[in-house]
Design a protein around this ligand. Sequence first.
Ligand SMILES: Cc1ncc(COP(=O)(O)O)c(C=O)c1O
Length: 407
Amino acid sequence: MDNRIEKIIKKVYELKEVRENPSFYVYDSERIKEKIELIEKYSLNNVKLYYSMKANPNHSILKFMSKFKSINGIEIASDGELEIALSSFSADKILFTSPGKTVKELEKSIKSGIKYLNCESIVEAIRISEICQKNNVDKVNILLRVNPDFSVNEAGQTMAGISTKMGIDQCEFFYAYKFIAGLKGINVCGIHVFAASNVLDYNNLITYVKQVFQFVKDAEENGVKIDTIDFGGGFGIDYDDYHNGFDVKSYFEALDALVNDFGFRSKELILELGRYLIGESGYYIAEIIDIKDIKGNKHMVVAGGINHMRLPIAMEQKHPSFVISMNADKLYPEQPFIKEEHVDIEGPLCMSDDLIAWDEYVEKADIGDLFVLRQSGAYCYSCSALSFLSHTYPEEYLVSDSEIVRI
Ligand SMILES: Cc1ncc(COP(=O)(O)O)c(C=O)c1O
């Protein structure tokens, strides 16, 4: 466990609002900075980095991200995200990708003048064209989302390359391209090919890049012009061993070689990273409210369950954990405790699968200690069942060694 983080968490825990509602998130700004700087160090000139805000849409996180020169802009997926994004990024730094945009969402984003709108089908392209004509918009820059005939190996979550709702099937691409490029108001700039999230081995993403490059080369030989290739997100973080990470240096070295081989130096390559940029910075902390031995199994009940932290159970992916000892007074001498045993860690909801960790080996824990889950910066707060049972929402803090900011 990291003493620096333990100290910060203890400081946050002293705050009145946390004492009253002892389930909260801490995001370590130093870690976010490290990740951005690592990409900055190894990336290529024609790669443009965007933050995928669905990973963590907190206003203050966006503001923090927007200060880095290497963050070119932000990727959004709804009109709600558009509004939040506009508070930290100008419209010309916004990409909108989503497989089911409403007319209202399309109209709002087109009128605000975003940089790229991804287009998921001929139906959506017709709607975009009609909106342009109705609002006298000269042209909208779009990226056609392709669902290719190949996928990314060993991904945490696969979005394309198999039968999903994403994009235009590769077998219909040429027909769709011709149809869409002929519509009034539409300027097709390139393609969007996001296929997988949480990929840990860079080789698997590089193999996919190579297949996409070949697809682009073939398409260009058949008269299709593709200036921009948006690869979406996908760089993973390790939920089993947080010391292990995605090899950014090797990824960009291999990408550089492919760019050379294909002669794609003048193409704009977009990365919309979420999990990699913010995931490792986050900690979910919940006070241990009770410990019970029921029918031969130990249960640790903590202040927030899937209402505050749903990702582990939703993805069936355990997060690394640790306990911070708080030495709270005992309520009675024989009070239950945990010592070198496997336990389920559960929230306060009236359901038996309200688990944030299960069969977890815990060396020592007492009632009043803090149970902490690492790797909780991405898809955790915002993917939780926050309103279920109307518990108070967990507070969030953006921290550094010198500052704790409630966000
Ligand atoms: C279109 C798009 N771009 C980017 C991302 C971010 O992916 P990741 O968090 O794996 O980087 C997602 C995640 O689902 C996405 O749907």
